[in-house]
Design a binder for this molecule. Structure first.
Ligand code: ADP
Length: 399
């Protein structure tokens, strides 16, 4: 079956068409600037040239229509008609406490996603527009909703409750939810598979280090803690997000700099992280280059980043009563050799040892620790689109 995977943002739409029998990507692409002038679709069919189509997309339905046209185009398309698409899998950011797994989209599901929009005001409405656009253009085609938060719904209360008055949890569901769940699930399962072990026998820490970054404790197959919280702002230092800070910084800076909540949120989401700390870039390649040239702030930023990841690994080792596997994934985790070394250096107390030669790789599955290392350190590239396609197929088969 051919499954269309859609990740709909407020002004963008990423897609992949995946053959679920072979798990091959048949085509992938990105619509940018939806609802803004200067719309653009970049599309690439497997084994074909990448094409860019400039056309304004006043709304998401137009973007979905363009995706279908690109997929069925005589020259750069990969299918003859829309009928070949067996199902659509949507990435949905926030499922609140309502969804502990993926579901087939129904009217009730749409309503429940709408109800969670309070918790992810930028993402959930955009995700819903993606669902509605597909319903309009592909009526009758089965659609699945795969939630970023679902995998972490196994967290115990002690891990997800904040030290706030309990009534805010009861009234507004203010708690830790965690994100990147599809990735933490996929990577922990794959890590166990690579080691030839059952995930149910392992305590795994997954470090998803991309532009957004989060870390999770996966104990015997279930997420028991994760660093992102009510929103994807908490936890690690990220590309442009601050991660953990003293909450009192918010009112302090608000008063000192005369900033509104919205402006403060912008500072913490878009101007902080390694970008704000270094004053150079949110991209680790730029930071690495600056550090190599002796830039002290770039060096300090990279060290602070590694230190925060290592602190979480220590915390999650305590949370699970030990750790068997530490897996690195996403842009930085998969590609940044020196960052993995820096994190590894903090972890000697666990009896871990990075093998410098084995660690010298990018974007490939590998065990990067020495045979004597008491914890297996690994690189496991994530593949959220494939995970969404697999979930969609599983739900289709259950119908
Ligand atoms: P997103 O959260 O947007 O999906 P990614 O997982 O694609 O992010 O990660 C993007 C980040 O990965 C970039 O900001 C960059 O810092 C880092 N990255 C990608 N390739 C490399 C590389 N070769 N060396 C170091 N860092 C890299």
């Amino acid at each position: 079956m051919k499954i269309l995977v859609i990740n709909c943002g407020s002004s963008s739409l990423k897609y992949q068409l995946i053959d679920s029998d072979t798990e091959q990507v048949l085509a992938k692409g990105l619509c940018e600037r939806i609802g803004i002038e200067g719309g653009c679709l970049t599309h690439q069919g497997a084994g074909k040239e990448k094409v860019t189509i400039q056309k304004d997309m006043p709304e998401h339905t137009v973007a979905v229509q363009m995706v279908i046209e690109a997929l069925t185009d005589k020259e750069h398309g990969v299918i003859a008609s829309l009928d070949e698409i067996g199902a659509v899998g949507h990435r949905i950011v926030h499922g609140g406490e309502k969804f502990a797994g993926s579901v087939i989209v129904t009217d009730e599901v749409v309503q429940a996603i709408e109800e969670c929009a309070d918790l992810a005001p930028l993402h959930n409405p955009a995700n819903l527009i993606g669902i509605r656009s597909c319903e309009k253009i592909m009526p009758g085609v089965l659609q699945a909703a795969v939630f970023d938060t679902a995998f972490h719904q196994t967290m115990p209360k002690k891990a997800y409750l904040y030290g706030l008055p309990y009534e805010y949890y009861e009234k507004y569901k203010v708690r830790r939810y965690g994100f990147h769940g599809t990735s933490h699930d996929f990577v922990s399962a794959r890590a166990a598979q690579i080691l030839g072990k059952d995930r149910k026998d392992l305590r795994i820490i997954v470090c998803h280090l991309g532009n957004g970054a989060s870390i999770s404790a996966v104990k015997y197959g279930e997420s028991v803690d994760t660093s992102m919280g009510l929103t994807p702002l908490e936890g690690l230092i990220m590309g442009t997000r601050c991660g953990d800070i003293d909450p009192a910084v918010v009112s302090f800076l608000g008063e000192k700099e005369q900033l509104s909540y919205q402006e403060l949120s912008d500072v913490m989401n878009k101007k902080s992280g390694v970008l704000g700390m270094s004053g150079i870039s949110s991209d680790f390649r730029d930071l690495g280059a600056a550090a190599d040239q002796g830039d002290e702030r770039a060096k300090m930023t990279l060290d602070a980043y590694a230190y925060r990841v290592a602190k979480y690994i220590g915390a999650y080792t305590a949370a699970m009563g030990g750790v068997d596997v530490i897996a690195f994934t996403a842009g930085v985790g998969e590609n940044n050799i020196s960052m993995r070394e820096m994190i590894g250096e903090y972890l000697g107390f666990l009896g871990t040892k990075v093998d410098h030669e084995k660690n010298n790789l990018r974007g490939e599955e590998a065990v990067i620790s020495t045979p004597e290392s008491r914890v297996s350190m690994m690189v496991v590239p994530t593949n959220e689109e494939l995970a969404i396609a697999r979930e969609t197929l599983r739900l289709v088969r259950k119908q």
